[in-house]
Each structure stands twice: as structure tokens, then as C-alpha cells.
Write a protein that binds this ligand. Structure first.
Ligand code: GDP
Length: 722
């Protein structure tokens, strides 16, 4: 076994991992020699490569199907139960079906748009099999003579410059030419001659020997116009059509060629044996070549080509061992220096970064928990209920007139108006025996207590918590980590949802008594009296601010009052609304603003009236709930709040604060798995750079260690007696 090649393939794979590690700066400059296969389209390049691998796996078709270089690594794996291919960059796993490999290669190639036609981004494919040698080969897009109608003009030169990149030193060039085409016209040989004029690192492969006269074939193989130190190899790499079907479904033979099962390689080898054996001129040429010493000369057959490639690769690797080792060391030194300067040699792992981020997140979560407790929930819920109380008061007491803006009050007599709408100004003198005011207050209390406080308050706290979590993930340690953000949000929602119904039910059960009776203490009454006064004051302020804004929006107070007057008059039937535009030049929008202005003024007036009432002596006593429904409703709202908060605090808040960090530990700790952890860490550009530089350093260290051991191994080999 070619131990050196194998070791070098390992090193090459390590270096390749650096190249595909990420950003452009992670590309390594270290180059190990490869075998590069070039040839014109239809020269038989694919047939030769498939004969070496023993399987049909390369893309086929007329439509320029090789558009990217294919870096093919063959790994002889004697113990492997099955043969398989692997695209290391795609993470598709082991592919045992070679038709699938062919399809994947075709898809990858055809993904390059027709307009671009070729790309220099290589496809890496590893093939593991007990029947392949350790070998690396790079298949390049075939040279074309003229671009087809649907191909870009520049295609020819694009392919040439792509191939030029690969046929540069120290790579070995396998230049494929078909025997039935004049060798002087072989694009592959011409390209090789340009970069390797002395023919030191080129192997000529002449395919389709069966298509020319055998003596002409020998002439071609002894090509005098471009002599090659490693010589020419002649092949007949076409699967005979009678065997083609059997071969493609058959088993593989050993690459030694002795097997007789029907893989493409051995079928071709058998076919060649028969063909070359039938023409004595081939046997003679081989004997002549054996007699000569020095330069390698005529070689025949795919199997010999394969063995030759193995030998040459091994030799070239050995020759390049020291330069490659030096290059690795130089790059390692640069990387190590950079790592020291930029990161002070500080090691990092995705795991440690995640743990650190999680700790920091938990810390900000704890801070939030400290700030959002029972008191805050109470305030939030109370303000929600305050709003509800204000709405109820407006509906049942204050807004009475505005509720019926279009009621033609002028046409009704006072008694009727009074019976439909009792003005709030009557409140202070309302007798506690008056059923009308009893009904009003009962309706308000019932509305408040039966409005689903359990649901409302639980929703309120849940929303506040999930909102805050959203804010925390978007501003804290996870802000650049979309994936983890989702995990935190999912955990939050799961915990909150799982507690939602039971919390809402508990709260609802506990406020039940207030649905039937609310007892008020003196102290509660006076506290609510103060609170309500402040609340109304704030409402007045808001009315005034809104009114001021309205004035400005119509171009001043004067204008607004003109419109308001018009609206008032039209309400009383003194002017017709239809005339608004034509006679007064008031647009509908303006009229609406006039209505709003009137509403705001009236509301502020009523609020001020009620503030006065609250201040009055009459409202001091808790017995005057019918005169001061505002205070009584506030007492109710306060009781509901206190009771709800007790349960919300225990059932939802404390529970959430306890469980979330534990849930995150479970989901983001080892639960995440190493790959996701790494993806997570690399979402942070800074950490990504740090990790990549560190990985690069580690990989170069490993490569250096391996190549040194190979050099040592070579030395001991040389010292050993033959
Ligand atoms: P590529 O375009 O260079 O990859 O060429 P292919 O390997 O696809 O071969 C082009 C055509 O030549 C196919 O039809 C092959 O069957 C045929 N071919 C390849 N090698 C030989 C050979 O040694 N002898 C004969 N007669 N035909 C061959």
C-alpha cells in the first residue's frame, strides 16, 4: 500500500478543512501536489476516470455538464463493508448509490448558470472503497473548440484560464487526447506544453486506440513532437456495448485487475487485454520499451495507467514533502502570531461562549425579575381596571348626552329628556332610595366584576412577561443569535401557556365573592377618594391636551370654535348640515373635528364637576356610594386588583422566574449538541473570527505534526537495509 500517499491525503483533508472553514482569510496557501486531468470535450476523459474508480459516477450530457472542478479523493478502505461516496462540504452523509452521486454532481454543476458556464469553486468528493487505490484526482471542465450558440463567447478562454490555474506546478498533469484526432491539435497537450515545456510533470493519455490502426497507435504513443519523461499511456476505455449493461449493475473487482466480476474497470481491462493481445505490434512495443532504460515509455491499459498514477503521485508527494512541510510551518507561525496578537492566546470553545452568554442572559433576566414583581403587576392591573372604570363611568354617568348626539333635544320637552337621560348634575342630590341610581351603580359593579378579570389579568401579566423576554433577547447576550432567540421565546411561551388557564381560573374563583357583595372600610374609601381625584385630574389634563392639539390641527382656536358653533346650531336644527360645505366652506373632516372639540370640552366640564363633587363633604363618607360612584367603583377595582395579584404573583410570576432559567439550562446546555453549539457561537462575528483562527491554528498544528512524522518515516525507511 502506498502509505505516503495515504498519509498525505489525510494531511490534504486537514488542510482542506481550513479552506472550507469560512471567511476568505481562512484559505490556506499550502498546496500539496495533485493529479489534474485535462482534455477536450469527448476526448474520453470521463471514461478514463470512471475506469479508474470502477463506477459510472460523472455527469453526462451534451450541455457542458462539468462546470466546476471535481476534486476526487479515492481512499482505499479494506475493511469497509460497502463502497460509498461523500461530499464533505454538503454533509449529505455516506452515499452508497453511485447513480445518486452522479445525480448530485450533475445538480451541483448545473447550478452554475448558463451565463457563467464555469466556476472555479471546486466540488469535493471522497470515494471510499476496498477496490480503489489511494489517489487524488482533479477533473476539470473539458476544453472546447468553439462555443455553442447558447454559450457565452468568453467560455473558451474561461475554461482555459480555469485549467491553467490547476495545471500549475507542482501538480501533475494528465493530458488526455483521443487517438482519432490529430495530436498536434490536442488542446490538452498544447496546454501542458505551455506550462511544462520540458515534459517533466505531464503524463499523456491517448484514448480510443481502437479507432486507429495499431501501428498508427504506436506512433502516437511515441509522440516525438512532445516527449514526456513519464511517457504516454494508451487506453481503450470504452465499455464494450455488449457488456455495458451488465457492467453498470455488476460488482466491483479488486483494483489489481485480477477480479472477474463485472465492474467497469475490470470489464474495460479485460476488453483491453483482448484488443492489445490481438495486435502483435502492441506486444512488440512493450518489449522494446522494457529493453530501454531511463525514461518511461509506452504503457498500455487502464490498470497500468492507474498504477502509474499511484507511483507518480507517491513520488511527487515525496519530492514535495519538505517544501510542503516548510509551507505548513510558515503558515502555522503566521497564524500563531496572529492568534497571540489578536486574542492573547486565549482559547475559546463554542461551549464556553454559550455558557458565558447564557450566564449573562440569566443575569439580565434576574435583574428584570427583581424589577418586575408584585408591586409592578399590581400597578399594571390597577391601571387597566382604572381605564375600565373610566369607561363605565362615561357610559353610565358622564357621556349621557354625547351618547345621543343626534337626538333632536330641541324637539323634546324637559320632562321627556329627564326621563330618558338623567344628567350627571343630578347626582349630588340623588336620593339613596332612588332605584334609578341603584340600578346604575349595580350595573357598573357587575360589569366590572364579571368582565373576566381572571383572563384579563393573566393575559396582561403573560403579555408583559413575553414582551419583556422579547426585549431581553433582542438587547442582551443573544441579540445576534436568531436560533437561540427562538429557543428562549419558545420556552417562555411554553411556560406561560402551561400556567395560563389554571392561573386565570384561580384568580376568577378568588374574586367571586365581590360579584355578590363589596364591603367598604373607611380607610379604603378615603384612599380611593384620593386616587379617583388624581385620576380625574389626569383625565382633564388629557382632554385639554387633546383639545389643544385639535385647535392646532384646524389652524387655531377661533376656527375650531366657529365649527363647534355650527355643529351646535345644526344639532338644535338652526342650520342645515347640508349647507356646511357650500355656505360655510366646512369640509366633512372639519365638521368631525368640531364634534370632537365639543365632546372634549363637555367631557372636561363634566370631569371638573365631578372633581368638585369628590372634594365635597358629601363624598367623604363611604355611605355616599350613589352620589360618588367613581369612588365606590375604584374601591371595587382595588379589591379585585389586590386579590388577583396575590395569585398572579404565586401562580405565574414566581413560577415563571423559577422555571425559565432551568428550562434554558436544559434546552441550551448539552441539549443543543456540538454542531448547533458551534453554529450558535459562529453567529457572533467576533467569536466566529476567534474560533476560526483558533481552529486554523489547531489544524495547522495537526498537519505539521503529521507531515513531520511522514518525513521521519521516510527517513527511517531510507536507513533500513533493503
Ligand atoms: P469526455 O467528454 O472527454 O469526458 O468523454 P467521454 O468519456 O464521455 O467519451 C466521449 C465518447 O467517446 C463516449 O461516447 C465514449 O463512449 C467514447 N469513448 C471513450 N473512450 C473510448 C475509447 O477508448 N474507444 C472508443 N471507441 N470510444 C471511446
Amino acid at each position: 500500500m502506498m502509505l505516503l500517499t495515504r498519509k498525505m491525503i489525510e494531511i490534504r483533508n486537514i488542510l482542506q478543512e481550513i479552506s472550507t472553514g469560512g471567511g476568505s482569510r481562512s484559505l490556506t496557501r499550502v498546496q500539496l501536489p495533485s493529479i489534474v486531468v485535462v482534455g477536450s470535450q469527448s476526448s474520453g476523459k470521463s471514461s478514463v476516470l470512471e475506469a479508474i474508480v470502477g463506477h459510472e459516477f460523472l455527469p453526462k450530457g451534451n450541455n457542458m455538464v462539468t462546470r466546476r472542478p471535481i476534486e476526487l479523493t479515492l481512499i482505499n478502505s479494506p475493511d469497509a463493508a460497502a463502497e460509498y461516496g461523500e461530499f464533505p462540504a454538503l454533509k449529505l452523509g455516506k452515499i452508497t448509490d453511485f447513480a445518486q452521486i452522479q445525480k448530485t454532481l450533475t445538480d451541483l454543476n448545473l447550478a452554475i448558470p448558463d451565463s457563467e458556464a464555469v466556476s472555479d469553486d471546486p466540488i469535493r468528493l471522497n470515494i471510499y472503497s476496498p477496490h480503489v487505490p489511494d489517489l487524488t484526482l482533479i477533473d476539470l471542465p473539458g476544453y472546447i473548440q468553439i462555443a455553442a450558440a447558447d454559450q457565452p463567447e468568453s467560455l473558451k478562454s474561461k475554461i482555459t484560464s480555469l485549467c491553467d490555474k490547476y495545471i500549475a506546478s507542482p501538480n501533475i498533469i494528465v493530458a488526455i487526447s483521443a487517438a482519432d484526432v490529430d495530436l498536434a491539435n490536442s488542446t490538452a497537450l498544447r496546454a501542458a506544453k505551455r506550462v511544462d515545456p520540458r515534459g517533466e510533470r505531464t503524463i499523456g493519455v491517448i484514448t480510443k486506440l481502437d479507432l486507429v490502426d495499431p501501428s498508427r497507435a504506436i506512433d502516437l504513443l511515441q509522440n516525438r513532437s512532445y516527449p514526456l519523461q513519464m511517457g504516454y499511456v494508451g487506453v481503450v476505455s470504452k465499455v464494450p456495448s455488449s457488456l455495458a449493461t451488465r457492467a453498470s449493475s455488476g460488482l466491483l473487482s479488486r483494483f489489481s485487475g485480477s477480479g472477474d466480476s463485472g465492474d467497469i474497470g475490470s470489464v474495460i481491462a479485460k476488453n483491453e487485454e483482448v484488443y492489445f493481445g490481438r495486435h502483435p505490434v502492441f506486444t512488440k512495443a512493450l518489449t522494446d520499451a522494457d529493453d530501454r532504460t531511463g525514461q518511461e515509455q509506452v504503457t498500455l491499459g487502464v490498470i497500468n495507467l492507474r498504477n502509474k498514477l499511484m507511483r507518480i503521485l507517491e513520488r511527487t508527494m515525496a519530492k514535495n514533502l519538505q517544501p510542503a512541510c516548510d509551507a505548513i510551518h510558515q503558515e502555522l507561525e503566521e497564524t500563531a502570531y496572529q492568534f497571540k496578537v489578536e486574542y492573547n492566546d486565549r482559547p475559546i470553545t463554542a461551549e464556553s461562549y454559550l455558557a458565558q452568554s447564557l450566564d449573562s442572559f440569566k443575569l439580565s433576566f434576574k435583574e428584570f425579575a427583581g424589577k418586575f414583581g408584585r408591586e409592578q403587576v399590581r400597578a399594571m392591573l390597577k391601571s387597566e381596571l382604572d381605564q375600565r372604570v373610566l369607561d363605565l363611568l362615561a357610559q353610565r354617568y358622564w357621556n349621557r348626552l354625547d351618547e345621543h348626539p343626534d337626538l333632536a333635544l330641541a324637539t323634546l320637552d324637559d320632562a321627556t329628556i329627564k326621563s330618558i337621560l338623567r344628567p350627571v348634575s343630578e347626582l349630588p342630590s340623588a336620593s339613596s332610595d332612588d332605584v334609578y341610581w341603584h340600578r346604575q351603580l349595580d350595573a357598573c359593579v357587575s360589569n366590572l366584576t364579571k368582565s373576566g378579570v381572571g383572563r384579563t389579568s393573566t393575559t396582561l401579566v403573560s403579555n408583559a412577561l413575553s414582551g419583556e423576554m422579547e426585549h431581553l433577547v433582542n438587547s442582551g447576550a443573544f441579540k445576534t443569535h436568531p436560533y437561540v432567540k427562538t429557543i428562549v421565546q419558545d420556552a417562555t411561551m411554553e411556560i406561560l401557556n402551561s400556567r395560563f388557564y389554571s392561573t386565570a381560573d384561580q384568580v376568577e374563583n378568588c374574586i367571586k365573592p365581590y360579584k355578590y357583595e363589596v364591603e367598604v372600610e373607611d380607610q379604603e374609601w378615603s384612599k380611593s377618594r384620593e386616587h379617583t381625584f388624581a385620576l380625574l385630574k389626569e383625565e382633564v389634563r388629557q382632554c385639554e391636551a387633546a383639545y389643544y392639539k385639535l385647535q392646532r390641527s384646524v389652524g387655531g382656536g377661533k376656527k375650531l370654535s366657529q365649527v363647534e358653533k355650527f355643529v351646535e346650531k345644526s344639532r338644535k336644527g338652526l342650520v342645515k348640515m347640508d349647507d356646511a360645505n357650500e355656505i360655510y366652506g366646512f369640509s366633512q373632516a372639519l365638521i368631525d373635528k368640531g364634534r370632537e372639540g365639543l365632546f372634549l370640552t363637555k367631557r372636561a366640564d363634566i370631569l371638573r364637576l365631578r372633581m368638585q363633587a369628590l372634594k365635597s363633604k358629601q363624598c367623604k363618607s363611604k355611605d355616599s356610594k350613589y352620589y360618588c360612584p367613581e369612588i365606590f367603583l375604584d374601591v371595587v377595582a382595588d379589591k379585585l386588583t389586590q386579590t388577583a395579584v396575590l395569585f398572579l404573583n404565586v401562580e405565574l410570576l414566581s413560577d415563571f422566574y423559577y422555571h425559565l432559567p432551568r428550562e434554558l439550562d436544559a434546552r441550551l446546555g448539552h441539549g443543543l449538541g456540538p454542531q448547533k453549539m458551534e453554529n450558535f457561537a459562529k453567529e457572533n462575528a467576533k467569536v466566529r473570527r476567534h474560533l476560526e483562527l483558533q481552529e486554523r491554528k489547531q489544524k495547522l498544528e495537526l498537519a505539521a505534526e503529521k507531515i513531520e512524522s511522514v518525513i521521519a518515516m521516510q527517513k527511517t525507511r531510507r536507513l533500513q537495509p533493503a
